[in-house]
Design a protein around this ligand. Structure first.
Ligand SMILES: NC(=O)c1ccc[n+]([C@@H]2O[C@H](COP(=O)([O-])OP(=O)(O)OC[C@H]3O[C@@H](n4cnc5c(N)ncnc54)[C@H](OP(=O)(O)O)[C@@H]3O)[C@@H](O)[C@H]2O)c1
Length: 239
């Protein structure tokens, strides 16, 4: 089956630069899919409000998606946190504090596995189903050569462990499910903007480039690929 034949519902979690771009791309390449964005700052009436740091918001999200009449076929988590007006990624140990660590873990590690828990009731064991979540190469422990960014790195590594564990449980329960942990490449978005001045222009992707790479991976995966940590070019990243 090709990507044009995908039929049912796709949820894109996170209304950021890559999230919106993946949603736009999917709408053009998979016309039979209902693509719904779930997050904050929504623009479309069909979109669903979801604040990933709020348990009440998860409950109303679950109520909302329980009304779907079409099967859920694809969930892509594109949310993430690296910095805000008050929080910057740590350059050294002395910059660490509990607030920063909690914020990163809440969005980058705890949210992805709670999203999986919320959507699980909608998985139909007889149908192919993909759950992909954006991690980051800097979450790789084996590939950590530069140090720094303690909270972001550790929270993405924790996400990877949560989703690897999920892939093992779902392989038993839902034999046609695929869980993927994906690195989108360095992409020109709100999240990366303050940090990509040293990246050569040809190494910095637009959100639409990253989206195409990611959908290309997701669309070609088989259930035997579940639980992999992959970069935008399909290469494996060490845990
Ligand atoms: N850009 C890169 O170079 C790069 C590299 C490696 C990995 N990644 C990963 O790729 C993913 C997408 O990031 P991006 O580059 O597209 O950044 P982005 O534009 O900042 O998107 C991140 C989105 O996450 C949402 N989010 C954060 N906290 C939330 C919450 N509590 N509830 C709901 N939504 C929340 C943000 O919503 P608000 O707008 O409402 O805050 C934002 O829309 C992230 O997981 C990131 O770590 C990006």
């Amino acid at each position: 089956m090709t990507i044009r034949d995908w039929e049912g519902i796709a949820l894109i979690i996170g209304a950021g630069d890559i999230g919106k771009s993946i949603s736009d791309y999917l709408k053009t390449v998979s016309p039979k899919l209902d693509v719904i964005i779930c997050g904050r700052n929504l623009t479309n009436q069909k979109d669903i409000l979801l604040d990933l740091e709020n348990d009440h918001s998860f409950i109303s999200f679950e109520k909302h998606i329980s009304q779907f009449t079409k099967p859920l076929r694809l969930v892509i988590n594109t949310s993430g946190f690296l910095h805000s007006n008050v929080i910057k990624p740590e350059k050294r140990l002395s910059h660490l504090n509990r607030f920063n660590i909690n914020k990163n873990f809440s969005i980058n590690a705890i949210a992805p596995i709670l999203i999986a828990k919320s959507i699980e009731k909608l998985i139909r064991p007889e149908l192919p189903f993909s759950f992909a979540s954006l991690s980051a190469r800097v979450g790789s422990i084996g590939d950590n050569r530069l140090g720094g960014w303690y909270s972001y790195r550790a929270s993405k590594a924790a996400q990877n462990q949560f989703l690897k564990t999920l892939s093992i449980e779902w392989r038993r329960k839902y034999p046609f499910s695929i869980v993927s942990i994906l690195h989108p490449g360095t992409c020109d978005t709100k999240l990366s903007k303050p940090f990509h001045s040293s990246i050569p222009k040809d190494k910095l992707f637009t959100p639409s480039q990253s989206s195409e790479y990611l959908i290309n991976i997701i669309s070609k995966q088989k259930p035997s690929d579940t639980g992999k940590f992959l970069a935008w070019d399909k290469s494996s990243i060490s845990w």
